[in-house]
Ligand binder design. Structure first.
Ligand SMILES: [Zn+2]
Length: 457
């Protein structure tokens, strides 16, 4: 079969040539390769994995007849399916397991074999080259290695690319800072919050000209990017979108033309579920080349928007917007869909606020109130409020349009640092609009601290 032949040829390409392919392959050919890989994956999973075998039998799905995702009708896989019995997904013997981050005891376990790790390393290497990393670069890899995937995967990518590197793991940024000059590193990779801490050190103690800072595993506050670029004397700051389930990254930022990502739509088949009026919905995807634990129509819970118009940078293929949040955290309020990540971007842009905050939605009469609870030592509350409004305007103009229309009211409640958080985790958004007080004492929840309110709801 011709598509199989193309697949085998692609597998033998170097990361440099693989990254060129993204530039050169016309979308129609990408589409054919994608569908061929999708069909092969569905058949493989139906034949070898107890989970898919049972699920398809229960729905009367004949894998041989499946041509495209919608042929599978309402069949999707979910994080809960993986948590319930990850080994039931396995189609062949794994060599390594990774877990999603978190200590809830409900971590997702994802299995791979050596061939897949090498293949994902090759894909990731091509992706980093698209974003500007060259063969001659010297790379400090500060992604976390402990139990989850980014450190190890980045290491495989560096092995595939052949760049000089050091596998730091997520160490204290000062350790990397001290070695930048020693080893002449010019590319640093790590989580955005870690890269920000490293940049703060460089701002205080002196910086070096870096070529590229590459982040992933969480969102980068947009305002941090120009500041990082300045401190590191003109370095590019790029992000990729990956997860333990994705293995390699699904989204890359090879250009400055979009706020979101270019999608690797030859290794993943993305779909968008239940889009809202703005086109934002839940991202689902099928892994197209994995044979140990393929994920078919996997609901990522991440909310984004797919963009299929061509990017001005000339790279063909689909793109996606910045993540708007997690589907299970969505609250429909204030005239739109709101997610904690939106407020995190706003508050992170204001340095005088601590990282602890909570949004509470209330009803006062029939009026909806979006209450922002933040921590700061500042006393110029009016100026702070203006700064927050400016930030909201820049990042989420639709939200502010609804505010201007009087759809809701916004209120800022300032707390002393260290007073919002009472436990290990903060519930970032709390919807009290339709919650009946459970005792007369709690009838007026506005007299309580947000953390106290969280306990009673
Ligand atoms: Zn582009």
């Amino acid at each position: 079969m011709i598509w199989q032949f193309i697949d085998n040829a692609v597998d033998r390409l170097s990361p440099t040539n693989l990254s060129r392919i993204y530039h050169l392959t016309p979308p129609w050919l990408m589409g054919r390769i994608r569908l061929s890989r999708f069909q092969t994956t569905v058949r493989w999973a139906a034949e070898h994995s107890p989970f898919y075998k049972e699920a398809f039998a229960a729905r009367g799905i004949d894998a041989a007849a499946i041509k495209c995702p919608t042929d599978l009708k309402d069949f999707f896989t979910t994080p809960d399916d993986i948590i319930a019995d990850p080994e039931k997904f396995l189609c062949k013997a794994p060599a390594i397991v990774f877990e999603s981050s978190g200590t809830s005891g409900r971590n997702k376990k994802i299995f791979y074999d050596n061939a897949e790790l090498e293949q994902m390393g090759q894909i990731m290497a091509a992706g980093t080259m698209l974003m500007g990393a060259g063969l001659e670069d010297r790379v400090a890899n500060a992604f976390d290695f402990s139990m989850w995937i980014p450190g190890m995967l980045t290491h495989y990518a560096l092995m595939a690319g052949g760049q000089f590197c050091m596998a730091f793991g997520k160490v204290d940024p000062i350790e990397v800072y001290r070695r930048l000059e020693t080893y002449r590193f010019n590319v640093v990779m790590g989580e955005p919050t870690w890269l920000i801490r490293l940049t703060e050190i460089a701002e205080r103690q002196g910086s070096f000209p870096l070529k590229l800072l590459l982040g992933g595993a969480e969102e980068m506050p947009p305002n941090a990017i120009p500041w990082m670029r300045d401190v590191w004397q003109g370095a590019s700051v790029r992000m990729c979108y990956g997860s333990v389930e994705l293995g390699s990254a699904l989204g890359y930022q090879p250009c400055d033309q979009i706020d979101g990502y270019h999608i690797d739509d030859t290794d993943f088949l993305p779909e968008l579920l239940d889009p809202d009026a703005d086109g934002f919905g839940e991202l689902a995807y099928t892994t197209l080349r994995r044979r140990v634990m393929p994920l078919i129509r996997y609901r990522s819970r991440d909310v984004t928007r797919l963009i299929d118009t061509p990017c001005p940078c000339g790279i063909p293929g689909m793109r996606m917007d910045r993540l708007r949040g997690r589907r299970d955290e969505l609250i429909v309020a204030s005239g739109g869909n709101l997610y904690p990540l939106m407020f995190e971007s706003i508050f992170k842009a204001i340095p005088s606020l601590t990282g602890d905050w909570q949004i509470i939605f209330r009803l006062e009469g029939i009026r909806e109130v979006l209450e922002m609870n933040v921590e700061t030592t500042r006393t110029d509350i009016e100026t702070l409020e203006q700064e927050i409004h400016r930030c909201c305007n820049a990042l989420y103009p639709d939200l502010m349009k609804n505010l201007a229309l009087g759809i809701f009211q916004m209120r800022l409640v300032v707390h002393a640092p260290g007073t919002i958080r009472t436990g290990r985790k903060i519930k970032r958004m709390l919807d009290l609009r339709y919650t009946k007080p459970v005792s007369p004492l709690l009838a007026d929840a506005s007299h309580q601290s947000p953390a106290e309110v969280e306990h009673v709801v």
